[in-house]
Design a protein around this ligand. Structure first.
Ligand SMILES: Nc1ncnc2c1ncn2[C@@H]1O[C@H](COP(=O)(O)OP(=O)(O)OP(=O)(O)O)[C@@H](O)[C@H]1O
Length: 305
């Protein structure tokens, strides 16, 4: 399958900052592709080059087969961008905003279809400024997709939303994905990345340090493998002495074991438990989360990965 975005050996230098360092990746049609990394990692710069808002220092970019340096207006007709913290004029109603924005595009869907597509009908006559944060984001998502873009860029779409509104917005994003839109998502919410993204590019200090599904990234990059064990008469000293156990730390009712190998450690723990008559109530692998990975990335110094 032809990728919809292809980035090859991309670098961007601002006067004395090398913001993007030789990054390459492809985005496939119909996927939700996350670009994740700590503040200042180079995400915005990379995305703005793809959108044609900035020009790279080195490397090449293709968006739907076009070069953003040469074909920016053709690309803009086929992409949608939802920025963070966008405000519209105070006295504009939802339907008026949809009507106004639809005039910006040569190909667009009708106001009614647009309102219907993301279930905005009940709010058509509400002032944008009086909507809750969640509904404002839904309206902005609608405005970014009036021309049925092939690729949609979402920058921190659920920033500041309560958990219910966030889930509602995720539902809409996945609806757009199911309708065939390719989605590029940047977020600092790792739960959001884990729930929505088919693949994630991890960027740190301007470099691509990981590119995979959320599950594989977690499996490969979280350095610590942990087992959780809970039960009666468990002896911490005996656990610590097992060959595959590096650390055993009690935490509330349970004990967290940092192990070198899940399978070997599990075998050793159960053999020990049987020999010493421990009663085990809970035992599970703790593979870590994207949050752990993000925390790890944020503390990595340049050149460590
Ligand atoms: N116009 C500019 N001039 C000089 N330096 C810049 C410019 N834009 C970005 N930078 C620098 O480039 C680096 C990457 O910035 P960028 O905004 O791409 O990071 P980011 O990952 O999007 O961060 P954030 O999560 O905070 O938005 C940072 O060191 C930033 O200070």
């Amino acid at each position: 399958m032809e990728p919809v975005i292809q980035v090859k050996n991309l670098s961007k230098k601002f006067s004395n900052v090398l913001a993007v360092k030789n990054i390459s990746f492809s985005v496939h049609s119909g996927e939700v592709f996350g670009i994740i990394g700590p503040n200042g990692a180079g995400k915005t710069t990379t995305i703005e080059i793809i959108e044609g808002l900035q020009v790279q220092t080195r490397g090449s970019v293709q968006v739907l087969g076009l070069d953003p340096k040469k074909n920016v207006s053709k690309i803009r007709e086929q992409i949608g961008v939802m920025f963070q913290h966008t405000e519209l004029q105070r006295k504009i109603k939802v339907w008026e905003a949809v009507d106004l924005f639809s005039n910006f595009y040569s190909h667009n869907i009708s106001v009614e279809d647009a309102l219907h597509r993301l279930n905005l009908e009940p709010y058509r006559n509400h002032y944008f400024s009086q909507l809750s944060g969640g509904w404002k984001q839904k309206v902005l998502l609608t405005l970014a997709t009036l021309h049925a873009p092939k690729i949609l860029f979402l920058d921190e779409p659920s920033a500041g939303l309560d958990p219910n509104s966030r889930r509602d917005l995720w539902h809409l994003i996945l609806l757009l994905r199911d309708q065939g839109t390719t989605i590029i998502l940047t977020t600092h919410y790792m739960e959001e990345a884990e729930r929505l993204c088919d693949r994630i590019a991890l960027i740190n200090h301007g470099k691509l340090v990981g590119l995979d599904t959320p599950e594989s990234l977690i499996a490969h990059l979280t350095k610590e493998k942990s087992l959780i064990i809970q039960g009666e008469s468990i002896d911490l000293t005996e656990l610590k002495a097992l060959p595959s156990v590096m650390k055993a730390v009690p935490s509330k009712e349970m004990i967290r074991l940092t192990v070198t190998d899940f399978q070997k450690a599990s075998f050793e723990v159960f053999s020990l438990a049987t020999r010493l008559n421990w009663k085990i109530d809970d035992f599970r692998y703790d593979r870590g989360t994207l949050d752990d990975l993000f925390a790890q990335l944020s503390t990595e110094k340049e050149g460590m990965l």
